[in-house]
Design a protein around this ligand. Structure first.
Ligand code: FUC
Length: 774
C-alpha cells in the first residue's frame, strides 16, 4: 500500500530497500570511500563482498608516443581537406595510433565470501543502503535469532568494515574465504587472511600493480582461527571484520610502493578502534559532504515498495520521491568514488567485477569522464572534483610528450581516452580516436570549477595546465583552405560519422572543437587576469585572442539545425546517434543561449528534435541537461522518466548504458539540478525549467557560479522563497519566475531591475540574503 504524502517513518527514509538478497551484481549495493569499493550482496547463507581498489589496473607504465604520426601528418591534413576521408582514416590507423593501440583496463581485487550455517527457517529479510549514514545493511531472522550485518567503506580509516551481530549471545559463526580472477595467493594466521596478488597482463604489457588484501576478524566472544586460507569464527556475540586493500601504484609512472606495508598500516590503525568509533568517524566524514544538500520534489508515490519495483513503476506512478532518492543516491555515489587524493571516477566509478569490463572501465574523455564531474560543484561536492584536477595535471605532463612526438607541437594533448597510465595518444582507431580535444575539454572544466569555488590558490596551479592545453592548439590549428578559418585537422565530432554510408568520421574543424577552443582560449585570458599573469603572458594571450577570432563559427544548416561540421552534412549522418557533441555549446558550455544567441538557440532546439529521444543512459542524461538549458522542464522530465526505467536503471539504481556506466547517474544528477538552478550566463536563474510533475518542492544547499550557495522552495510551480549565501563580494543578478524583494542583514535592499523578473544587487562577503516573492 502506498503511504499518504507526508507519512514519516521507514518508507520516507533516504534509502534503497529490497526484500531479498542480491543474486546479480546489479542488485548488489555499492559502498566506497573514494579508493576502496565493495558491492554488497546481502546474502543470508553466503555473503559476498566484491572488492575494488581504484589503482588496480592491468599492465603498467608505458609511453604510447613513439610512432610515425608526425611524418604522416601533412599528408593526412591534405587528404582531409580534399575530402578523401577514408584514405585519411587508413593513414591514421596505419601510422598515428599509440603503442599499444588500445589502453589498459581497470580490474577487480576479488571477492570476500562469508559462509554461514544457519537454521533453515528464515523470515523478515530486509536489505538496504542507508544514504543518510552510508551503510549497507541486511537483517533477517533465522530460527528465532535476528541477525544484522552492516558494511561501511570508511574514508577516515581507509578500510571496509563489516559488522556482524545477533540478538542472542554466541550466535555469530561463519567462515570467510577470498577468491579472485587475478593471480593471487592466500595465506593466514591468527585472526587474519593475507592475500597477495598482481594485476592482469593486457595489450602486451605485463600486469605490474601488486596488491595486498588483509582481512581481520575482531571477535567479541567465541573463537577465531585462520587455516589454509579460511578464517573461521565460532560462537561470537559480535564480530567486526576489517578488510584493508592497498596496491603498489604510486602514480602513472611508478608502481614501486609496498602494498603490504600500506595495507598493514591501515589495518593496524583501524583495528585499534571499536566498531562504534569506526562507524561514528565514517558517518561524520560522509555527512559533512552529504548533508550539504537536501531535496524534496514532492510526496506521494510508492516509497513503501522495494526500490527496483519503484523503478519499474516510475513511468506510471511518477513517484517524485524516487527522483529525489535517485538524486541523493547519485551524490552518494560521487562521494563514494571520488575523494581528494583518489583516482577520478572511471566509467564505473570504482565498482567493477570483470577483468575485461566494457570499454575497459577507463576514462573516456570525449564525454563520459566530463559528465561524471558535471554535478560535483553544483551539488556542493567541490572536494569530489579534485581527482579530476589531478588527472589533468598528469595528462598535461604525459601529453607533452605526445604533443611533441606526434604533432611537433608545444603544450600538451590528450585524445578521446585515457587510463591509469595516462595514455594521451590517439588510440583504438581513427573512427573514434582521431580527436585531439579531450585535454581541451578537461581544461575548460578547471576554469568552470574556479567560477564555482573562487579558489584562487587552485586556479594558480591550474593556469599552467590551461595554458599548456591552449598552446598545443596555437601550434596545430591550421587554415581551412576554403574559408580561411582556423581549424583542427585531423579531428572528428566524437564518434559520429559525417557520411553514414561511408562510415567516415575524420574531418577538419568540427563544431564541437571550435566551441571548446573558444572556451579554452577565453579561459586563458580570464584565468591569467585572476592569477595576475596577464602582463607576463601578454604575447601568448594576444596570440590566443587572435586565434579565437579566427575559429570557424557556429552555423545553421538547411534543416534549420545547428551544423555539427563546417559543411552542412547533418542530414547525411546518423540522426539517432547517441553523441550530440556540437550541443556542447548549449550545455555544458554557454555559447548558445536564448537571450544572447536566439538564432543558434533555435537551431540547437531543432537539432535536439531531429536527433530524437533515443539513446544510451548517458545520452538521455545529457539531453535532460540540454532541454533544461532550453527552459523546457517537461521535456527534460520526459527524458528523466525515460532514464528511470528498468532499461536504463538497474535494480540498484546504477545507470545502464547498457551495460552499467556511472556517467548516466551523474549526468542525470546534473540535469535535475539544471532544472532547478542555472548560473552559466552570468546570472543566477531560479527554477529555469521546473516540470509540471513537481509542482511543490524545495532544495537546499546547491551551488551557483560566483561562489554562491542557494536554497529555494516553490509552490504551484512558482518560486516561494529563496536564500542566497555569498562567499565573496560582488554583483548578483537573480532571474526568477516572480518579481522578488531581497533582504539583507540590514533590511530590504534597493534593487536595480533590467527586466521585471531580474533583480540586481551588490552583495557583501559571507552574507545571507533572503529572497521573497512580492
Ligand atoms: C564512448 C561512447 C560509448 C560509451 C563509451 C565508454 O565511446 O560512444 O557509448 O559510452 O564511450
Amino acid at each position: 500500500m502506498a503511504p499518504s504524502p507526508g507519512t514519516a517513518g521507514q518508507e520516507q527514509r533516504l534509502r534503497l530497500f529490497y526484500d531479498k538478497p542480491a543474486e546479480q551484481w546489479l542488485e548488489a549495493l555499492p559502498v566506497g570511500n573514494g579508493r576502496l569499493g565493495a558491492m554488497v550482496f546481502g546474502g543470508v547463507r553466503t555473503e559476498r563482498l566484491q572488492l575494488n581498489e581504484d589503482t588496480l589496473w592491468a599492465g603498467g607504465p608505458y609511453d604510447p608516443a613513439g610512432t610515425e604520426a608526425l611524418h604522416a601528418l601533412p599528408r593526412i591534413r591534405e587528404l582531409v581537406f580534399s575530402g578523401q576521408w577514408q584514405q585519411a582514416q587508413d593513414l591514421i590507423d596505419a601510422r598515428c595510433l599509440g603503442n599499444p593501440v588500445g589502453e589498459l583496463m581497470y580490474q577487480p581485487v576479488g571477492d570476500l565470501r562469508l559462509g554461514f550455517a544457519l537454521h533453515p527457517a528464515i523470515t523478515g529479510y530486509e536489505r538496504e543502503l542507508d544514504l543518510d549514514q552510508a551503510v549497507a545493511r541486511a537483517s533477517f531472522t533465522a530460527g528465532g535469532v535476528r541477525h544484522t550485518r552492516e558494511v561501511i567503506a570508511s574514508a577516515p580509516d581507509q578500510v571496509i568494515a563489516v559488522r556482524l551481530t545477533a540478538d542472542r549471545p554466541r550466535a555469530v559463526s561463519f567462515r570467510a574465504r577470498f577468491d579472485s580472477p587475478q593471480r593471487y595467493e592466500v595465506t593466514g594466521s591468527g585472526t587474519d587472511l593475507v592475500v597477495a596478488g598482481r594485476s592482469g597482463d593486457a595489450e602486451g604489457i605485463s600486469g605490474q600493480v601488486r596488491f595486498r588484501t588483509l582481512v581481520r576478524a575482531l571477535n567479541e566472544g567465541g573463537t577465531v582461527g585462520s587455516h589454509d586460507g579460511v578464517l573461521t569464527v565460532i560462537g561470537a556475540d559480535a564480530v567486526t571484520l576489517l578488510v584493508s586493500t592497498a596496491t603498489s601504484y604510486v602514480d602513472y609512472r611508478d608502481v614501486s610502493a609496498d602494498p603490504a606495508a600500506r595495507a598493514s598500516h591501515h589495518l593496524a590503525t583501524a583495528a585499534e578502534l571499536p566498531w562504534e568509533t569506526l562507524l561514528r568517524r565514517h558517518r561524520e566524514d560522509y555527512q559533512r559532504l552529504f548533508h550539504r544538500v537536501s531535496i524534496d520534489l514532492g510526496g506521494g508515490g510508492t516509497a513503501a515498495l522495494p526500490t527496483d519495483q519503484r523503478v519499474a513503476r516510475f513511468r506510471d506512478d511518477h513517484d517524485p520521491q524516487l527522483a529525489a532518492l535517485y538524486y541523493q543516491y547519485s551524490r552518494y555515489l560521487l562521494i563514494s568514488c571520488s575523494r581528494p587524493g583518489t583516482q577520478p571516477a572511471n566509467l564505473q566509478g570504482i565498482w567493477n567485477d570483470s577483468m575485461t569490463p566494457a570499454w575497459g572501465s577507463k576514462y573516456t574523455i570525449n564525454i563520459n569522464t566530463q559528465m561524471n564531474y558535471w554535478p560535483a560543484d553544483p551539488t556542493n561536492l567541490a572536494e569530489c572534483f579534485e581527482p579530476l584536477c589531478d588527472l589533468v595535471a598528469d595528462l598535461a605532463e604525459a601529453g607533452r610528450r605526445t604533443a611533441a612526438a606526434q604533432y611537433g607541437a608545444r603544450g600538451w594533448v590528450a585524445h578521446h581516452n585515457t587510463d591509469a597510465w595516462r595514455g594521451t595518444s590517439m588510440v583504438d582507431s581513427a573512427l573514434t580516436g582521431a580527436w585531439p580535444s579531450g585535454g581541451a575539454w578537461l581544461s575548460v572544466m578547471l576554469w568552470d570549477h574556479y567560477l564555482f569555488t573562487g579558489d584562487e590558490e587552485a586556479l594558480r596551479r591550474h593556469y599552467p595546465l590551461i595554458k599548456g592545453a591552449a598552446r598545443f592548439f596555437l601550434d596545430t590549428l591550421i587554415e581551412d583552405p576554403v574559408h580561411g578559418w582556423l581549424v583542427t585537422n585531423p579531428s572528428i565530432s566524437p564518434e559520429m560519422p559525417h557520411h553514414r554510408e561511408l562510415n567516415t568520421t575524420v574531418c577538419a574543424g568540427p563544431t564541437m572543437d571550435m566551441q571548446l577552443l573558444r572556451d579554452l582560449f577565453a579561459a586563458c585570458t580570464q584565468a591569467a587576469a585572476v592569477v595576475g599573469r596577464d602582463r607576463e603572458d601578454g604575447g601568448f594571450l594576444a596570440e590566443v585572442s587572435a586565434a579565437r577570432a579566427r575559429l570557424a563559427p557556429m552555423q545553421v544548416g538547411h534543416l534549420g539545425q545547428l551544423q555539427e561540421w563546417i559543411e552542412d552534412w547533418d542530414a547525411l549522418a546518423d540522426m539517432n546517434h547517441r553523441h550530440v557533441s556540437h550541443l556542447y555549446g548549449l550545455h555544458p558550455g554557454n555559447q548558445i543561449t536564448e537571450r544572447d544567441t536566439p538564432e543558434l538557440c533555435r537551431a540547437a532546439r531543432r537539432t535536439l528534435e531531429l536527433r530524437g529521444d533515443e539513446g544510451t543512459g548517458w545520452s538521455l542524461a545529457w539531453k535532460i541537461n540540454l532541454w533544461a538549458r532550453l527552459a523546457e522542464g517537461d521535456r527534460a522530465y520526459k527524458l528523466l522518466a525515460d532514464q528511470l526505467t528498468p532499461r536504463h536503471t538497474a535494480p540498484n539504481l546504477f545507470d545502464l548504458h547498457p551495460p552499467f556506466q556511472i556517467d548516466g547517474n551523474f549526468g542525470a544528477l546534473s540535469g535535475i539540478t539544471e532544472m532547478l538552478l542555472q548560473s552559466h550566463t552570468g546570472e543566477v536563474h531560479l527554477l529555469p525549467a521546473l516540470p509540471a510533475r513537481w509542482p511543490h518542492g524545495s532544495v537546499r544547499g546547491l551551488r551557483a557560479r560566483g561562489g554562491l550557495e542557494i536554497d529555494l522552495s516553490w509552490h504551484d510551480g512558482r518560486l516561494r522563497e529563496a536564500t542566497v549565501r555569498t562567499s565573496r563580494p560582488g554583483e548578483i543578478r537573480l532571474r526568477t519566475t516572480e518579481p522578488v524583494t531581497v533582504h539583507g542583514p540590514y533590511g530590504q535592499l534597493k534593487l536595480s531591475r533590467s527586466e521585471p523578473r531580474v533583480a540586481v544587487f551588490s552583495a557583501d562577503r559571507l552574507v545571507e540574503y533572503r529572497i521573497r516573492c512580492r
